[in-house]
Design a protein around this ligand. Structure first.
Ligand code: SRM
Ligand code: SF4
Length: 639
């Protein structure tokens, strides 16, 4: 008999013999996320107590300090980062304009589109938190549950394809899963809105009913938080809803991903379910690792809320509450295996999960540029470098987006790639909007260097307290240097997915990239290789510490090896994965950089007919011409 919510108020059957972590005590004493925040808000201080710092996360904000301003013996320059809860990245025009204004009035004059389709405001002072949250909530937004040990912002493909029902369904169910797992405590409204319960949209009756369905011991009946109880979850929990073939949400990196399954007429049938993804790790702690989600099975759509609650209850009751580094659901699935996990979920669900439906291959889309959205209107995806919406001397992005939203009242979808998608644009408004974008210096997607277009960096310094290195502020320089290196190697047409984070937590999902940089020591990065363009495979750690200043020296051999031995049309990540990291390391040891003598390339002339023969054989064997020619001549000379 499993321990269940209704029969057992102990926090974690699996961890009951081990001491719960400090955060578990803080949650327990918080009186439903109220104490000690309530008493600390009016205090004339610039920061919260240690307990307060943990709990404010559940309300959607973090205590930070500006690390550029740290100075020995001085109090930290405390400020707060607020994050929106925006399922599927939806930002109505009214909310966009509010955030734009709040960033100027109370923040650091920037807004940051995140890798989970939310917005962050940085630089807000404690005394202004109440005003900022109140403005957000009164303008169709919320920050409740954007951070903390509970379900985070639910992702969904941002594309507004109005004539493809599966896309609309992904938006709808993204919203409903978000509602289902939203904290029910009244604390948010009591603390920030003086008790006024502002509701921006009614939740569906079946969502509400599912949350209260007291069967199979999966909820805490009569508790203010029927799903979460007093202790919420052992750790953050992340979900996405997507459609077959669309991996814009990086579905393998989520705790739970649902894939909408429709019948031939486009009517919803049910969902394929993946679980157990997650990327966070800690350097030198091998027991922490990034992990891809596993296929769990399929459920018919009327059962989806019950299934989600069953999964959450399994993590709630069996996830590790002692060691926070081991508390994500990916470790539970790793330790138990998928079969045991599925069996426990089924116990809470009350019936078997059905076999997984076959799916087409997943592809990554960024949806940039102009596209008709299927109902006669248009959308335009605008690239935002590292998600930072601001005005600079060359690029008036913040002003342009404000002007467009003000003038045309169009809604926005934030993308999982830190970009902005404006949609529901009538054909007549297209030219005017394009003129504003162009006039502000915003490049069309086709003229952005693809290295930049497909890259992401987390914020890191100066706001993130966990950053070891720079990330957002240094990635543009890294990309320029990598582009120059590619030009030097005659690989100027080449491009691949590069992602960077200032620490191993993985906020810009670097472990899914073809080339990942992960801050490992001051001015040093761990280098990860071998993910792919569609983010369906994990990269592997190639180098522990690459000094920022050694970027060219360290990457030139890897790229030269790629150039010489890639198969035709083989991407950089696929190449690294195929040949393996050991082969790359071996090649790098003896490699002499171009311009350093013996490795200088020699030219050999071939007749046109031999060249053509070489070319077609190389293509048929999936090799590059250089690789085949080198191989053939080598074989001839060394029989
Ligand atoms: Fe993250 C913590 C920023 C997406 C894994 N993340 C943080 C904090 C709040 C630092 C802190 O705890 O003090 C960062 C605030 C920086 C700042 O100054 O703004 C931060 N994470 C971000 C954002 C803004 C990065 C971005 O470039 O957009 C993303 C906000 C998403 C959102 O809207 O909710 C963000 N974080 C992610 C992702 C990617 C994702 O969810 O798809 C991951 C990896 C996936 C995963 O969770 O496994 C991620 N963040 C972490 C972790 C490691 C979690 C773990 O399992 O070990 C931490 C640290 C922690 O939780 O202890 C963290
Ligand atoms: Fe901060 Fe690390 Fe996340 Fe970057 S990856 S935002 S440095 S926690």
């Amino acid at each position: 008999m499993v321990s269940t919510a209704s029969t057992n108020t102990d926090i974690s059957p699996s961890a009951s013999h081990r001491k719960p972590s400090k955060v578990e005590g803080i949650k327990e004493r918080s009186e439903g996320l109220r104490a000690p925040i309530l008493s600390e808000i009016p205090l004339d201080t610039s920061s919260f107590s240690n307990d307060g710092v943990q709990l404010i996360k559940f309300h959607g904000f973090y205590q930070q300090d500006n690390r550029d301003n740290r100075s020995k013996g001085q109090e930290k320059d405390y400020q707060f980062m607020l994050r929106t809860r925006s399922p599927g990245g939806f930002i109505p025009p009214q909310l966009y304009l509010t955030l734009d204004r709040l960033a100027d009035e109370y923040g650091n004059h920037t807004m940051r589109a995140t890798t989970r389709q939310g917005f962050q405001l940085h630089g807000v002072l404690k005394e202004n938190l109440k005003a900022v949250i109140s403005h957000i909530v009164h303008n169709l937004g919320s920050t409740l549950g954007a951070c903390g040990d509970l379900n985070r912002n639910v992702m969904a493909p941002p594309a507004p394809f109005k004539n493809r029902s599966e896309y609309t369904l992904a938006w709808d169910y993204g919203n409903q899963i978000a509602d289902l797992l939203t904290p029910q405590t009244g604390a948010y409204y009591e603390l920030w809105l003086d008790g006024e319960k502002v509701i921006s949209g009614e939740e569906k009756p079946d969502v509400k009913a599912a949350r209260l369905k007291d069967v199979h011991g999966r909820i805490y009946p009569n508790h203010e938080e029927p799903i979460y109880g007093d202790h919420y979850l052992p750790r953050k929990f992340k979900c996405a809803v997507t459609v077959p073939g669309d991996n814009s949400v990086d579905l393998f990196s989520q705790d739970v991903s649902l894939v909408v399954i429709t019948n031939g007429d486009g009517h919803l049938q049910g969902f394929n379910v993946y679980a157990g993804g997650g990327l966070g790790r800690t350097h030198h702690k091998e027991e922490t690792f990034p992990r891809l989600a596993d296929p769990i099975g399929y459920v018919d759509y009327p059962d989806i809320y019950d299934l989600m609650i069953a999964i959450v209850a399994t993590q709630r009751d069996y996830g590790d509450r002692s060691e926070r580094r081991h508390a994500r659901m990916k470790y539970l699935i790793h330790d138990w295996g998928v079969d045991k996990f599925r069996a426990q979920v089924e116990a809470y669900f009350g019936k078997p999960i059905q076999p997984f439906h076959p799916l087409p291959e997943f592809k990554y889309h960024d949806f940039l540029g102009w596209q008709e959205q299927g109902d006669g209107n248009w959308f335009v995806g605008v690239s935002v470098e590292n998600g930072r919406i601001q005005d600079t001397p060359d690029l008036k992005l913040k002003t342009a987006l404000r002007q467009i939203v003000e003038q045309f009242s169009v809604p926005i979808r934030l993308t999982p790639h830190q970009n902005v998608l404006l949609y529901d644009i009538p054909p007549l408004a297209k030219a005017d909007i394009q003129e504003i974008l162009g006039g502000a210096g915003i490049k069309a997607e086709t003229t952005i260097d693809p290295l930049t277009r497909y890259s992401m960096a987390c914020p890191a310094l100066p706001t993130c307290g966990l950053a070891i290195t720079e990330s957002e502020r240094i990635l543009p320089t890294f990309l320029n240097r990598i582009r120059s290196l590619l030009v030097k190697l005659n690989l100027e047409e080449e491009s691949f997915v590069i992602r960077m984070t200032g620490c191993p937590n993985g906020c810009a999902r670097p472990y899914m990239a073809e080339l990942g940089f992960v801050g490992s020591a001051p001015e040093s990065y761990q280098v990860w290789l071998g993910g792919n363009q569609n983010q369906t495979r994990l990269a592997q750690p190639y180098q522990e510490k690459m000094l920022e200043s050694q970027l060219e020296q360290e990457l030139e051999p890897v790229l030269a090896f790629f150039k010489q031995f890639r198969q035709s049309h083989e991407g950089f990540g696929d190449f690294c994965h195929r040949v393996g990291l050991e082969a790359i390391r071996e090649f790098a040891v003896t490699y002499v950089p171009i311009g350093h003598g013996s490795k200088t390339r020699r030219r050999v002339s071939l007749s046109e007919s031999v060249y053509q023969q070489l070319k077609s054989t190389a293509a048929s064997q999936g090799k590059s011409i250089t690789a085949l020619a080198t191989e053939a001549i080598h074989a001839y000379l060394n029989p």
